[in-house]
Design a binder for this molecule. Structure first.
Ligand code: PFF
Length: 456
């Protein structure tokens, strides 16, 4: 059978604009990795699982799981020069593998539908914080509930998707690359500024100790699985994003070195986020194990009690919005690249159609967190949670496993494409072929509840 017929236009990037410069790729990949995962999810999960020891575990998972998978995904994208599905097909000629790549496309699409909801919340909070109106009413929980219970999140989600669409329409090098080259350094400057402010608060030391001093007695089997899932999400793996980005990387760029740079970049942002949030929570006597409300409900209370709180609060939420936007752009690129080549459409049409469909799925998600659709439950979860659950707990590990098995066992030239040699190649293959698949399967069984079922 003719491979070209199954995927009509999977020849990969065809114009020079569809390629990153070397530095541009590092910025774009860090932009994808650094997002709500680092600044919103990482602190509250680290808080919940006891601080320092969990952070060490997270670092370990970044090194032994996320890094090998990142190298594999980038190699698949660059080797196949196609989208998240056709890259598999071009390297193997197998429809089964093309189908497995499609899991990532669907996952990215679903994740974007609710990621853009939370990104919209952050943009709203940035605006409210700068205007000072966030601090005029100290009932932050009530404010959060009133906002998420209204129609307003739909508007802010629309704004987020419109910005993403605008960037994507500009293309890879003049859109995604330029956007990240400005935002990523901007983000680090604001973050460092906030970190210095947080560390100067009276009582901040206890927060630093909680975050960085490990107490390994707090670790459980569950924290190990949680750290792995977080490392995966935080490095944008299993969703075709890094495969799609890989197809825009120049042949001469070493994927091993680039991946280490992206991993270190991602880790630095998580470290700085922790050094803002934990000193602040401890300085204001707030319990760090608050859950998802930590950023939206707890931190405004802390900012309001700080000198120039509305300025710092505003900066913090702008930063959160920036980080969320750079990640959302990379999520939108995955289905856009797929639609573009699968149906032979222009970038413009593919991006517009994809955004409309994401928005159509995102609106019910936005209205289900306390809003008019919050009474609708599927398997006991609201629409937002069920989309998150299917995408993050089922599709994401499956998508990650597909890339791992493919680069480890099916496509023999993955290591060569990545530019790995000698001992590094051996370590990478061992992790990819043995350790990573076992751990991903464990995460999958645990997050779907199957592990408890098997063990009991
Ligand atoms: N890595 C992003 C974060 O930590 O917020 C989330 C993400 C972006 C996941 C893009 C996957 C992806 F393809």
């Amino acid at each position: 059978m003719n491979k070209q017929q199954a995927h009509p236009s999977d020849a990969g990037p065809s114009n020079p604009g569809d390629q990153f410069s070397k530095a541009g790729f590092i910025f774009a990949a860090i932009g994808s990795a650094v997002g709500l995962g680092n600044l919103w999810k990482f602190p509250y999960i680290t808080g919940k699982f006891g601080g320092g020891a969990f952070f060490m575990l997270f670092i370990l998972c970044l090194i032994i799981i996320a890094l090998p998978v990142l190298i594999a995904e980038l190699a698949i994208g660059r080797g196949g020069r196609g989208n998240a599905s056709s890259s598999f097909y071009k390297l193997s000629g197998s429809k089964f593998w093309a189908g497995s790549g499609l899991i990532g496309v669907v996952a990215a699409f679903m994740i974007l539908s609710f990621y853009s909801v939370v990104a919209g919340w952050t943009v709203y909070y940035a605006v409210k914080s700068f205007s000072g109106s966030l601090f005029s009413n100290p009932d932050y929980n009530g404010q959060f509930e009133a906002f998420t219970g209204s129609w307003s999140p739909v508007f802010w989600q629309f704004i987020v998707l419109a910005i993403c669409l605008f960037v994507i329409l500009k293309g890879v090098s003049s859109g995604i690359e330029k956007f990240n080259k400005v935002l990523i350094p901007g983000l680090v400057i604001v973050l460092l500024f906030l970190m210095v402010q947080a560390l100067r608060l009276p009582g901040a030391g206890a927060g630093v100790e909680f975050f960085l001093k490990p107490d390994f007695s707090k670790l459980t089997g569950h924290s190990v699985l949680e750290a792995m899932g977080l490392a995966f999400f935080s490095m944008s793996l299993g969703m075709g994003a890094m495969i799609t980005f890989g197809s825009y990387v120049q042949k001469e760029q070493s994927l091993g070195t680039a991946s280490i740079a992206v991993g270190l970049g991602n880790l630095s942002y998580a470290l700085i986020a922790g050094l803002i949030i934990f000193p602040t929570t401890f300085a204001f006597g707030i319990e760090p194990a608050q859950g998802p409300g930590l950023v939206f409900v707890v931190l405004p209370a802390a900012f309001s009690a700080m000198p120039f709180g509305s300025l710092f609060g505003g900066l913090f939420f702008v930063l959160l919005a920036m980080a969320a936007l750079t990640s959302a752009v990379s999520l939108l690129e995955v289905p856009t690249a797929y639609v573009m080549s699968r149906w032979n459409l222009s970038r413009k049409k593919a991006a517009v159609y994809t955004t409309i469909v994401v928005f159509a799925l995102g609106v019910p998600a936005a209205l289900s967190v306390g809003g008019v659709l919050s009474d609708i439950h599927i398997f006991g979860k609201n629409i937002f949670d069920i989309i998150d659950y299917i995408a993050s707990n089922i599709l994401l590990p499956l998508g990650g496993l597909a890339g791992t098995i493919f680069a480890g066992y099916v496509w023999k030239k993955a290591g060569e494409e990545a530019g790995l040699q000698g001992i590094w190649y051996k370590i990478w293959r061992f992790l990819l072929c043995v350790i990573t698949p076992i751990l991903i399967v464990l995460v999958f069984l645990s997050s779907t509840g199957l592990l408890d079922w098997i063990i009991v």
